[in-house]
Design a binder for this molecule. Sequence first.
Ligand code: SF4
Length: 439
Amino acid sequence: MTEITTPKVAAPEVVKDDSMLKQKDMMAGHYDRITSAHETGRKICSTFVPGNLNELIMCFDLVNNLPEINAIQAGLRKKSGAFVMEAEKLGHSEDVCTYVKSDIGMMAKGNIAPNGKPFPDPDVLLLSYSGCFTFMKWFELLREQYKCETIMLHTPYEGDGKITKNMREYMVKQLKEVVIPKLEQVSGVKFDIDRLREYMKRSADAEQDLVYVLQSAKHKPSPIDAYFGGIYYIGPIFGAFRGTQDAIDYYKMLRAEVDERIKSGRGPVTPDGDMGEEKYRLVTEGPPNYTSFRDFWKMFYEEGAVVVASSYTKVGGVYDFGFRHDAENPLESLADYCLGVYTNRNLPQRVEMLANYIEEYEADGLLINSIKSCNSFSAGQLLIMREVEKRTGKPGGFIESDLVDPRYFSPANIKNRLESYFQMIDQKRSGAKTAGVAA
Ligand code: SF4
């Protein structure tokens, strides 16, 4: 009897721009630097994305390792589910942020980096606390595990929606009296403010191009997707590359690609190639889901929906209102940077920002992806939605998922809600047209 075999169909290739390939190389190089740090005589500083002090860390020849980025990598590689469950077995509650549980579970299962090599233990934990209380508890767990030097830079919350002179001075005092001396002690490298200035100049250069890229979404059609594509665009600046020549080169390359797209009237590049006709322009609030990232994105671009602005791309720094790292006032500027990140902004500031995005980017509405385990973003989101709807007259949509816990990504449910939301936008448009005719 002849055996019937099903021909193997190759998975479709994901379409990538040159900038994406460059970023992939940068990340691979970075993970190699981390995993080989102790052989090459480098020391490791673990720190978090919002309010990270990459320029300062580089002044001490330290290699920066970011636990949230490791959790995202685990999510994209579909490994985080097992890590999260491992952490729950160890007693971490279901409600705890799944970045934390992915990190704890990864440590329990051998602490293997995305390049397949073990992560060396960090030499110092640097917490530049910026608005999310979870960061503090997370570092307490890491301190228990690694028993290394821990530094905390306390960033006052922007409760009144502004940065005062006192807040800035309080931050600078901590930098001078605690953070810098401890980093000198751990690394054995003397602090050189001119070196810091040099890195900050480079940061500002890359930040300029990042803002250009994000604001290019004001074009119609938008040449970028500022949420799903935006995740790639913020990678170098929010991660370990701010202040490096690599980041400058990456953003120059990206800017040139975006200019090409604008010139030829093309929409964003998606994993399946150029997006088709732009039918809906959205502003999003909240992080994305990483365990089904491509499937999630597909639900948008298949419907012709493009995200033109998002709050998530501001979580590691808000640059579109003019802030740039300032080499003339390096410590004050580091303070302003930490104080201004999205997670450190109060609810009225977030409402203002999102409502303005809808106006400026001529969006059809605000879509919230509420993350089950992220209290920092989720608190007040329904209120934010209602307020933005009231101010802009544009409909809000609400979906729920999780960062890196695959148990909370329900594709049918999300697709259903998205379709209803797009219908709502259609109805609103036809209502507006009818009203126009009647008037
Ligand atoms: S901001 Fe959200 S995702 Fe980030 S650490 Fe805090 S709870 Fe977790």
